[in-house]
Ligand binder design. Structure first.
Ligand SMILES: Cc1cc2nc3c(=O)[nH]c(=O)nc-3n(C[C@H](O)[C@H](O)[C@H](O)COP(=O)(O)OP(=O)(O)OC[C@H]3O[C@@H](n4cnc5c(N)ncnc54)[C@H](O)[C@@H]3O)c2cc1C
Length: 394
């Protein structure tokens, strides 16, 4: 056996890896974090528009997609949102609640980054380090890198997913899992804008509150028309449930019924043009677009035929789009797929077949919805795998 010996080696200095290091260090374990780029927590830095949406007050397994939807439950029980927010308070990290229970850093993601780096400062870090081999011999993991050889009794793989390739992502976790005989579910982009064959370019940049559904799954949030198709939080959320060939049904006015609104207006004595009426509920641009698409001229609302009211109702409440593709890993916030959860213990994240080998964070087949769920799962799985090290004999 050659190289420097550590109790725990963590591969990947992202949200999950740094959390694992911080927790393992609490028991005075010797910890090495190997990162193939120059800095830690680079995704956390840009997350949430620079303010890191790190958790959500509405936390449950319902917000996660996985082949095994129950797998995440243990992690969510072991790592509690209220406890973590208390920890933030005690460390003077300011945060704020936004809509739908989302918790963001109040000032900047740098606040939570500094906290995590402070908690993990006693680890050794090896940046710009490429791993050339990882093997297990006689219960010891041996790791060869371009900077030297290391060994440990525990290895935590925290190398994330493959979305946002401009950050230099890698498929290391999946390749390592396969080398150890573990099943891996192919990655695919999630939380990603959708591409339309004929995008509504005239509306590009326009946002509106909608309900988007695929089958029984639906979300309420803002939709954004883009020059290639559709984006905005409601589309990112529903995209995680979209497969090629699926249509997305969009309710452009989810909190009202256009028929009832028209009936009410029709029966009033005031004569109002349909475009002006529509502007009460939509921007002028969207109102013009709806009338153009339904081929309704700008006449008094009392002159609308039943057929035209029906057309408006169908268009507004059941606007159906059939995306031709998603916008791919370049624009996907996360990936679906990863290490098959049936290969891991849901209580510890250790591989069932390989003792001492852990997989955490986005590398495993758990994909959170938009709203702080992905960083939260990265933190939770890191916390748990890190805590397991404190019980291990080394
Ligand atoms: C633009 C954007 C905004 C986002 N905003 C949010 C948000 O606000 N809230 C939220 O919950 N989620 C958000 N996410 C998702 C979230 O950032 C990730 O799900 C989360 O960071 C995953 O944590 P992780 O530790 O699994 O992986 P990462 O944070 O991606 O960390 C993996 C680390 O491993 C390193 N690595 C990779 N391969 C190797 C290798 N071979 N050797 C050594 N090191 C390696 C990487 O360089 C990286 O440092 C966002 C994602 C993006 C792209």
């Amino acid at each position: 056996m050659t190289g420097n010996k550590y109790d725990v080696i963590i591969i990947g200095a992202g949200a999950s890896g740094i959390m694992a290091a911080a927790v393992a260090l609490k028991d005075n374990k010797t910890v090495l974090v190997i990162e193939n780029h120059e800095a830690p927590l680079r995704k956390v830095k840009i997350s949430g528009g620079g303010k890191c949406n790190f958790t959500n007050l509405d936390m449950s397994a319902d917000h996660y997609i996985s082949k095994n939807p129950h797998f995440v439950k243990s992690a969510l029980t072991q790592f509690d949102v209220a406890d973590f927010l208390q920890e933030m308070d005690e460390n003077n990290i300011q945060y704020q609640e936004r809509k739908l229970g989302q918790i963001f850093c109040k000032n900047s993601s740098t606040d939570i980054i500094n906290y995590l780096l402070d908690q993990s400062k006693d680890a050794d870090f090896s940046f710009n380090t490429d791993i050339t081999s990882l093997q297990k011999n006689n219960n010891i993991f041996e790791i060869e890198t371009n900077k030297g050889s290391y060994n440990s009794t525990s290895v935590i793989i925290a190398t994330g997913g493959i979305s946002f390739p401009n950050l230099g992502v890698s498929n290391f976790a999946a390749e390592t899992a396969k080398n150890f005989g573990l099943n891996v579910i192919d990655f695919s982009p999630a939380l990603v804008p959708l591409k339309l064959q004929n995008p509504y370019t005239e509306l590009s940049g326009t946002a509106l509150h909608c309900k988007a559904s695929i089958g029984k799954k639906f979300f309420y949030d803002n939709l954004l028309f883009t020059h290639k198709g559709l984006s905005g939080p409601v589309i990112l959320k529903i995209s995680s449930y979209w497969s090629k060939g699926d249509s997305v049904s969009i309710d452009l006015l989810p909190n009202a019924n256009i028929k009832e609104l028209i009936d009410r207006d029709k029966s009033s004595k005031v004569k109002e043009k349909i475009h002006s009426f529509m502007k009460t509920y939509f921007t002028a641009k969207v109102a013009s677009w709806i009338l153009y698409e339904t081929d309704i001229e700008n006449k008094n609302i009392q002159e609308l035929s039943n057929h035209q009211v029906e057309l408006l109702y169908k268009f507004i409440h059941f606007f159906i789009v059939k995306p031709v593709a998603d916008m791919g890993y370049d624009l996907a916030e996360i990936c679906k797929g990863g290490i098959d959860t049936k290969e891991l213990s849901s209580k510890t994240f250790e591989a069932n077949k390989v003792s001492g080998l852990y997989f955490i964070g986005e590398a495993i087949d758990i994909a959170g919805n938009l709203g702080g769920y992905n960083i939260w799962f990265a933190f939770a799985s890191g916390f748990i795998a890190g805590k397991c090290q404190t019980n291990n004999k080394s």
